[in-house]
Ligand binder design. Structure first.
Ligand SMILES: NC(=O)c1ccc[n+]([C@@H]2O[C@H](COP(=O)([O-])OP(=O)(O)OC[C@H]3O[C@@H](n4cnc5c(N)ncnc54)[C@H](OP(=O)(O)O)[C@@H]3O)[C@@H](O)[C@H]2O)c1
Length: 216
């Protein structure tokens, strides 16, 4: 699968690492092209077999099957509006956590979510999926915490799109949890607000914990 990641920060690194482990082609594009180039060069050593990574320009969106918005929520919404019909038919992955600076509240109104706001800004036919918002960037690089693969919770209104994200997740050695409709992004974002706040509380988890469902 060709995956275009917009952004060249911590989450771009984490998701690209898992995508390369899964044998996918990753194109990194960022507002500062030098940062995308540097990250692609660093990640090249991890591109074994069919996997490949390179930096690209804005046109990488047009050739992608799956586009990941690895930027802050407000930038993700603006980019979605700006890209418009170019995203139509594509799977657009929102990974954002719309939290305030003190980690005390979400910046989206009750009864909606960042994912739904992004879907509202997207051109018709854009298949928005929420995923990776509960996985901290450092844990994505290793793919596990305490020897257990990370869970990635996936919400979206298009089942085929959710399955495509699940394929990225499982091929990268992680565990996909399909939670159904995009409105469940509200719970995923609310839960991650708590998970983030726990990192900075007394005796916090150091941004190295994971959210996992255990079943018999
Ligand atoms: N870090 C985590 O553990 C984690 C976990 C789950 C979800 N998330 C979510 O993942 C997203 C990315 O987080 P991150 O930790 O990767 O952040 P980051 O390391 O700060 O990287 C953010 C990237 O977004 C770019 N960016 C910032 N503002 C932009 C704009 N207005 N237009 C275009 N690009 C812009 C930055 O470019 P410059 O560097 O050039 O400014 C950078 O490439 C956020 O929505 C966050 O809520 C993060």
């Amino acid at each position: 699968m060709q995956i275009t990641i917009i952004g060249a920060g911590s989450m771009a690194r984490g998701i690209a690492t898992r995508a390369l482990a899964g044998g996918h082609t990753v194109i990194l594009t960022a507002k500062n092209p030098a940062k995308a180039t540097r990250l692609a060069e660093e990640l090249t050593t991890q591109a074994a077999g069919d996997a490949a990574v390179r930096a690209g320009d804005d046109s990488a969106v047009d050739t992608a099957e799956l586009v990941v918005l690895a930027v802050p929520f407000t930038a993700a919404r603006e980019l979605t509006t700006a890209l418009g019909a170019r995203l139509s038919g594509k799977v657009l992955v929102d990974i954002s956590n719309p939290v305030d600076a003190s980690l005390e509240a979400l910046v989206v109104a009750p009864g909606t979510s960042a994912a739904e706001e992004i879907a509202g800004a997207a051109a018709p036919g854009t298949r928005v999926v929420k995923a990776f918002n509960t996985t901290f960037a450092t844990t994505l690089v290793s793919g596990q915490v305490g020897g257990t693969p990370l869970d990635v919770f996936i919400a979206g209104d298009d089942e085929a799109a959710r399955n495509q994200v699940a394929e990225l997740v499982t091929s990268g050695g992680l565990h996909a949890v399909d939670v159904g409709a995009l409105r469940h992004a509200r719970e995923l974002e609310g839960f991650q607000l708590l998970h983030m706040a726990l990192q900075i509380s007394e005796g916090g988890y150091g941004w190295a914990s994971a959210v996992k469902l255990i079943a018999p």
